[in-house]
Design a protein around this ligand. Structure first.
Ligand SMILES: [Zn+2]
Length: 176
């Protein structure tokens, strides 16, 4: 476990403030004083795989850390009380101003990264999405630009997040 793992960062019980707040080595802290458990769960996130009519993949460039300037796929976190399906429709609209007309589930990819000095864990839920009309596409929100590329011209080293690298590898594998 690295220095950013929650077990290294969280020192006090959030319920009672006691310092004997112990990591169970799997997924939770147990407070030895008030006996409460505090779970560290994966956050749900969505990823959109979108191709244009020339069978080129839609890539975005990250505006913010982690991995500012690296290539990414459209997507983001699922909000509280939101379905993953709504989240992918919302994120693609927010980031690119385009509307998903159809989608289907592809696979999930676990991810972890450090943000603000703490390690976060996500489960990236990937959807293959159909866009009928790209005419209003623009880069907004937390992306600085977008581009279309054939899959064989997408290089893993240009991708920031590990889970997205794995999504691209998965797509390349399927494409063989
Ligand atoms: Zn406690």
């Amino acid at each position: 476990m690295n220095e950013f793992h929650p077990s290294k960062v969280f020192k006090f019980c959030p319920y009672c403030g006691a310092a004997n707040f112990l990591w169970n080595s799997v997924n939770a802290f147990a407070c030895q004083s008030c006996k409460q458990k505090f779970y560290i769960n994966m956050a749900a996130a969505v990823v959109a795989v979108i191709y244009n009519d020339n069978n080129e993949l839609l890539l975005t460039r990250r505006k913010h850390n982690p991995f500012a300037g690296f290539l990414d796929l459209p997507g983001g976190f699922v909000n509280l009380h939101e379905t993953a399906e709504n989240a992918v429709i919302r994120e693609v609209k927010e980031e690119l101003n385009i509307n998903i007309s159809e989608y289907r589930f592809v696979a999930t990819f676990p991810n972890e990264y450090v943000f603000g000095g703490i390690q976060y864990f996500t489960e990236d839920i990937v959807f293959l999405c159909k866009i009928d009309d790209f005419s209003n596409i623009s880069a907004n929100d937390d992306i600085s630009s977008y581009e279309f590329r054939p899959l064989d011209k997408v290089y893993i080293d240009e991708i920031g997040l590990n889970s997205i690298k794995n999504v691209i590898k998965h797509l390349k594998e399927q494409n063989k």
